[in-house]
Design a protein around this ligand. Structure first.
Ligand code: MN
Length: 738
C-alpha cells in the first residue's frame, strides 16, 4: 500500500513562528525572554560583521545566506544558552564559507569567540565515512574529543538542526548523506548531552529523508490509531484530573505521543506492530516536589489496574544521562493499556533539555547542596577542570575532555581508529595489517613526513609507508604502545631468532659429528637419530637444532649418545679448512673474516671491542645470532667463554697491507672548487682515489660519487669525518652492495 508522503516533521525543540523573516530583534528578545539581557551593542556589531561577510551568498532555498546563522543564533537563545553561544551561532560559518580568517575574528571580537568559531569549523571538516556501528561510535568520540569547549557542540547541534529543517532544498544524495550523518553522529551526541527533544527532532527528520516509505506508512498508522483513541484519551485525562484533585495533589497533566523514529526502532527491536505498542502515547504528570511523585503514583495505582512488570523507578535509579521519572503502565476500562510518567518540574526540564536545563540553573542563585547534585550529572559528560568561584563562569570554564586516555585518528580512506594516548605510527600500522607493521619504514601525518617516534594525535590522518627490506627490530618494542603491536613484533623477533638458532645448531652438530668422520647425513637421518630424539623427548630434528643453537643442549652432550663407540674413538686429524663467513654486518663486505668450520656462518664484529683487521681475534657462537668476533684482548671474551664448546676459530681472511675499496656518495653544494677540495682531503689522508664522478642533483646541489681505497675501519671513519667537515658538504654516505 503506497502512502502519500507527508510534510517533513516539525522540530519541537525550537519555538514556531520564526521560520521566515527572522530578524536580529527576535534573537535579542529570545535572549531577554530567557533572562539574559546581553550586550546589545556587541550583538549588533557581530551581526553586522556576519551580514557583511555573507552578503553575496544565498542558500539553496534562494534565501539570503544570513537567514541561516540568524536562525541558529535564535535557536541557541531559545534553548536558553548564553550570549557567547548566540554570538558563535551568528558567526559559525564565516571561517568555513567566507574569506575571513581566524586572525581577523580574533582582532575584531577577541580570542574566546574566535576559538569557538574555529572549533565549530573544525568539526565540519571531519568527513564521516560510514562503515558500521562501531565506526559511528568511534567517529562520535572523535568529534567530542576534538572540541575543548562544550559550546562548540551546542552550536553545531543548532546548526545541524536548521540544516535538517531545510534539507528539502538539497539534492537527494546530499539529503541521504547528511541525514545519515545526523542520525548516526549528531542525534547520539544530543542524547549524550541529555537533550532529548533535539535528539528526537534530529532523528525524525533523518528518518523522514532516509526511509521515506516506512516513515509515511508509520506516520499514517499512528495518526489513524490516535484518531481511534481520542475519546478514550479524553476520558483518562478527565479522570486523572479528578483523582488528583480529590487527593489534594497539585500537578500539571500533559499528554505526549512517542516520536516516530523512536516508535520505529521499538517496533523493529521487538518485532511487533503498531497495534501491539503499549507506550506510543503517555500521560505526563508533573508535580511540584519529589514526595508528590510517589503520592501521585499511589493514587493512580488505586484508580486503574497496573500492568505487572511495567513499573520503572528512574527517580531512585536515574539513567546514564540523569533522566529521572516514574513510569507505569495501566489498563483503561476497555482493556487499552496506557503509560503514565510522573516527575517534578526540574526532572521534566532536564529530561527534555538536558544540558540546556543545567545551563539555566547554573546562572541562577542556587544553594550549594542542590548545586552539587546537578554538577554530578555534568561531571559524567564533562571533565571538571578547575575550581570556579563565580557560578556565572561555571560553564565557561568547563572544558571537554571526555576521553582523556584515547586519541582518534583517521586512515587515508577516512576510517576512524582509536588508540591509547601516546601511541606511535607503528601502532597504527600494526592495527591495519601485520605486514604493514613489519615493513613500516615511515609515516605521513596529515601529509607530512614524520619520524617513527612521533605521538599521534586526535584528528591526525595517517598514511604508512613501507619498504619490503625493512624488518622489525628490538627497539620497536620500546616504541609502541598497543599490546597488539608489541605482541606482533615479539612474535616476529622470536620466530626469526628461532630460525637463526636452528641454523647455528645444525652447523655445530655437523661439525661435532664430522670430527668423528661421520657424515651429517648419516648421523641425522638414520634410525639412530629417531631413537635418540624419542629417548630425549625432543619433538623433531629442527627442535634439536634450535635447542643446540640456543645453548640448551651442547653438542658434546649429544654426540656420545648418538654415535657408536667405534665412531667415537675415531677422530679427524687433518686441519680443517678455513671457510668464508658471510655477513652483511661486517664493515668491509663479506670476505674479511674466515670462520673455521664448514659452510658459511653469520659473523659480525662485536660492538664492545670492534677489532681491526690484523688484530688477534676470537669467535664465539652466540645464542641465535651467529658468530660474534671479538678482539683477543676484549675483557668480555673471558666472561663469555664459560662454554668452551661455543668458541670457534676465526681469522682475518686477508692480513697485512690489504686495502679495501669503498664507494662513497657525497652530496655537496654545486660550486667550483668543490671537487678539488675533496680530492685534496682524500689524498692527504692517504687514500687512493680509483674513480670519481660528479653530477648535478638539482640546481645548487651536486652529487659526487667516488671509489677510494682504505686500509681499515678506522681509516674509513677518519676519512668520512674529514669529508663531512669540509665546507659545502651536506652528507656523506657509504654505498653498500654492488
Ligand atoms: Mn551552518
Amino acid at each position: 500500500m503506497a502512502t502519500a508522503r507527508p510534510r517533513p516533521p516539525v522540530a519541537l525543540s525550537v519555538p514556531t513562528g520564526a521560520e521566515s523573516g527572522l530578524e536580529l530583534q527576535a534573537v535579542i528578545s529570545q535572549l531577554e525572554k530567557a533572562g539574559r539581557a546581553g550586550d546589545r551593542e556587541l550583538i549588533e556589531s557581530v551581526y553586522e560583521f556576519s551580514a557583511d561577510k555573507h552578503s553575496d551568498q544565498r542558500r539553496r532555498s534562494g534565501e539570503p545566506y544570513l537567514t541561516h546563522p540568524l536562525y541558529v543564533a535564535w535557536t541557541l537563545a531559545a534553548w536558553g544558552f548564553d550570549q557567547t553561544c548566540v554570538l558563535v551561532g551568528l558567526l559559525h560559518d564565516v571561517l568555513e564559507d567566507t574569506l575571513t580568517t581566524r586572525e581577523v575574528l580574533e582582532k575584531e571580537f577577541g580570542r574566546e569567540l574566535a576559538s569557538l568559531v574555529d572549533g565549530v569549523t573544525k568539526i565540519g571538516q571531519h568527513a564521516y565515512v560510514r562503515r558500521d556501528e562501531a565506526q559511528a561510535e568511534t567517529f562520535r568520540k572523535l568529534i567530542l574529543a576534538s572540541v575543548r569547549d562544550v559550546r562548540v557542540i551546542l552550536v553545531k547541534l543548532a546548526d545541524r538542526l536548521h540544516n535538517m529543517m531545510t534539507l528539502e532544498h538539497m539534492r537527494p544524495e546530499a539529503q541521504r548523506r547528511i541525514a545519515r550523518e545526523t542520525l548516526e553522529i549528531y542525534a547520539p551526541i544530543a542524547h549524550r548531552l541529555g537533550m532529548a527533544q533535539v535528539q528526537a527532532d534530529l532523528e525524525d527528520l533523518s528518518f523522514y529523508y532516509l526511509r521515506p516509505g516506512p516513515y509515511a506508512e508509520l506516520h499514517a498508522k499512528v495518526q489513524e490509531k490516535l484518531k481511534g483513541a481520542k475519546s478514550g484519551i479524553q476520558k483518562v485525562r478527565e479522570r486523572l484530573k479528578v483523582e488528583l484533585a480529590e487527593n489534594g495533589l497539585e500537578a500539571a497533566i500533559s499528554f505526549r505521543v512517542k516520536r516516530l523514529y523512536s516508535i520505529y526502532q521499538k517496533l523493529r527491536r521487538q518485532g511487533v506492530d503498531v497495534a501491539q505498542l503499549y507506550d506510543y502515547l503517555a500521560f505526563r504528570v508533573v508535580t511540584k516536589d519529589l514526595r508528590d511523585c510517589y503520592a501521585v503514583l499511589g493514587v493512580i495505582h488505586q484508580a486503574w489496574q497496573p500492568v505487572p512488570g511495567r513499573f520503572k523507578d528512574y527517580i531512585a535509579m536515574p539513567k546514564g544521562n540523569l533522566y529521572q521519572s516514574l513510569h507505569t503502565t495501566l489498563l483503561a476500562p476497555g482493556g487499552q493499556p496506557f503509560e503514565v510518567q510522573i516527575r517534578t518540574h526540574e526532572m521534566d526540564s532536564i529530561a527534555e533539555r538536558g544540558i540546556a536545563a543545567h545551563w539555566r540553573y547554573k546562572e541562577g542563585d542556587q544553594d550549594q547542596a542542590e548545586e552539587s547534585g546537578k554538577i554530578a550529572w555534568l561531571r559524567q559528560v564533562l571533565d571538571w577542570q578547575k575550581e570556579v568561584d563565580d557560578p556565572r563562569t561555571f560553564l565557561t570554564a568547563l572544558k571537554l575532555d571526555l576521553y582523556p586516555d584515547e586519541v582518534y585518528t583517521l586512515t587515508p580512506k577516512g576510517d576512524v581508529l582509536a588508540f591509547p594516548r601516546g601511541a606511535m605510527p607503528l601502532d597504527f600500522a600494526y592495527r591495519i595489517h601485520t605486514e604493514l607493521g613489519h615493513h613500516c619504514s615511515g609515516a605521513r601525518v596529515n601529509g607530512k613526513l614524520v619520524p617513527l617516534r612521533t605521538e599521534i594525535q586526535t584528528g591526525d590522518r595517517i598514511e604508512i609507508m613501507t619498504n619490503p627490506n625493512r624488518y622489525p627490530s628490538g627497539d620497536w618494542l620500546g616504541l609502541v604502545k598497543t599490546s597488539r603491536a608489541k605482541s606482533k613484533i615479539r612474535h616476529w623477533l622470536n620466530t626469526e631468532q628461532k630460525k637463526r638458532a636452528g641454523e647455528i645448531g645444525r652447523r655445530l652438530l655437523e661439525r661435532a659429528v664430522r670430527k668423528h668422520k661421520v657424515s651429517p647425513k648419516k648421523a641425522f637421518e638414520g634410525e639412530r637419530m629417531a631413537t635418540y630424539l624419542e629417548k630425549e623427548g625432543i619433538a623433531n630434528l629442527e627442535d634439536l637444532f634450535s635447542r643446540v643453537g640456543f645453548g640448551r643442549v651442547s653438542p658434546t652432550q649429544v654426540v656420545p649418545r648418538l654415535l657408536s663407540g667405534e665412531e667415537l674413538s675415531t677422530t679427524e686429524e687433518k686441519p680443517s679448512r678455513l671457510m668464508t663467513a658471510v655477513s652483511k654486518m661486517l664493515p668491509f663486505g663479506s670476505a674479511s673474516i674466515a670462520v673455521r668450520g664448514d659452510g658459511d656462518m653469520l659473523a659480525y664484529l662485536a660492538k664492545c671491542c670492534k677489532p681491526l683487521p690484523g688484530e688477534e681475534i676470537i669467535g664465539y657462537i652466540t645464542r641465535g645470532k651467529g658468530v660474534s668476533v671479538h678482539s683477543a684482548e676484549c675483557p668480555n671474551v673471558r666472561n663469555l667463554m664459560y662454554d668452551p664448546g661455543r668458541e670457534i676459530e676465526v681469522s682475518w681472511a686477508r692480513t697485512g697491507d690489504e686495502v679495501y675499496s669503498i664507494q662513497l656518495e657525497i652530496e655537496t653544494e654545486d660550486e667550483p672548487g668543490m671537487l678539488a677540495r675533496l680530492t685534496e682531503t682524500m689524498t692527504k689522508l692517504g687514500s687512493n682515489i680509483k674513480q670519481i664522478n660528479a653530477s648535478t642533483l638539482q640546481p645548487g646541489r651536486g652529487l659526487i660519487d667516488v671509489v677510494v681505497e682504505v686500509r681499515n675501519r678506522k681509516h674509513f671513519e677518519r676519512l668520512s669525518l674529514a669529508i663531512q667537515d669540509l665546507p659545502g658538504v651536506f652528507e656523506v654516505s657509504r654505498r653498500m652492495g654492488s
